[in-house]
Design a protein around this ligand. Sequence first.
Ligand code: PMP
Length: 304
Amino acid sequence: MKERMVYLNGEIVPYEKATVPLLNTSFRYGAMVFEGLRAYWIPQSGTLNIFRLKEHAARLLESIKLMRFEETYTSEQIERAVIDYLAALKPAQDVHIRQMVFLDSEEFYYARGPLQMAAVAVPMGRRRGFEKGINCNISSWRRISDQSIPPRIKCAGNYQNSRLAHIESIESGYDYPLIMNDRGKVSEGAGSAVMLVRHGALVTPPATADILESITRATLLELARDRLGLSVEVREVDRTELLLAEEVFLCGTAEEVVPVVGVDRVRIGAGVPGPITCQLQEELLAAARGNEQHYADWRTQVTF
Ligand code: PMP
């Protein structure tokens, strides 16, 4: 992998050369929209599978629209940027790609363009807690709301809410926060969706629970139904349901599936990663790596 080469407006340049001026509007106000994607390295065939590239491009376009940025990029341009970047970078390992769209402006916060696009890939294997699980707290912070700073937009500024909750969690001796929305229902984690297994069904809060519409969440709902034959409930979730659940886990592009073994020091299930959580970890990685031909349309292959 060519170290520290990044994508900026159609070119692959050294990281040090891709700089943003101090008065840049997006930097000043957190007005930058982005995606986090994963690409899985398949050593046997020398291919890299970008996972759910189309869905990430579609969500980036939704963020651009809701941010009232100028709608100048097409889905094809957004997808092509990631493909061309990885083809040039040639990483022979699993990577995480951050694709960003931000203003090329030093105007006030209501500037809407022109836009620029950047992408940066870093090596990323399984995240901490993937095997043994993590301990979560219920944050004292409330999730930002669709009525003020919509969590549906994947915007840099939204992560101030995650930051406050995550620091509080670590300082209180936990690994990671679960955040309730302003109606007191379960929303999501600081940077991941949350799912639970209750009475054998897979349960997750709806798109209207002040969440980011997670692509991994949609992927797992499909895998749970189609591959594991589970019944799936997308509905409001109470805080106490987390404590009574047989299993709880986080999901997201970076996390994939991370088991939660305790919430507010209450043991979840047997206090170890549950069987459905582990099966979903396997199903997700199989779909992403293409061990079987299932879900080929979820994978965009880059060969080098
Ligand atoms: N919620 C938040 C707040 C996130 O930052 C992320 C990570 N992008 C997720 C959920 C998971 O989304 P996805 O599965 O699309 O990565």
